[in-house]
Design a protein around this ligand. Sequence first.
Ligand SMILES: [Zn+2]
Length: 156
Amino acid sequence: MSAATLATTVAPKSALLHIPAELAFVTLDEAGEIAYFQSPSEHKPGKRNVTAIEIATEETYCFCRAGELGRPCWHVAHAAAWRAVTYRVRCQRLPLADLAAHGHSLAKYVLQAEAAGQPSIAGQLRERLDTARRVWRERAAHAAPLRFPVVLPRAA
Ligand SMILES: [Zn+2]
C-alpha cells in the first residue's frame, strides 16, 4: 500500500466510459478491514488495476495510473460498485439484534420516502434493506439451526 495515493471522489470524465460492473470484488484482507477490487486496465492490456476501500471509513485507494498520480479515477467515482460490498460487510458485523433493528428502521424510511414521493431514495433504501434482510436471514439460520426430526402434533 505504500505507493497508494488517497484517491478523491470527484467524478472524472472517465466515469462516463465505465460501468460499476467493471469493478469486481476480489477479497477482504485478513483482518477484514479492507476490501479489494480489480478491473482490467484500459491503457495496458493484460494489466489489472487494484482499488482498495477501508470498510469502516470508506476511504479509497486506487493503484491505477490516475490514482497513483493523485488524480480522480472512475474506480473510486463509481461508489455503487463498491459501496454494496462495504455495506454488506458492516451488516455481517452488527450484533444480530442490532441488525434486525436496523432493518426495521430501513423499512420505516422506505415507507416515508415512498409517501414523500421520492422513489429514487426509496429504491436506494430498499436495496439496503434487501441486503440487511439477506444477511440477517443467513446469520439467523446459523444461530438457531433446525433440529430433526420435528414431531408434528397429531390429533388423538
Ligand atoms: Zn483508479
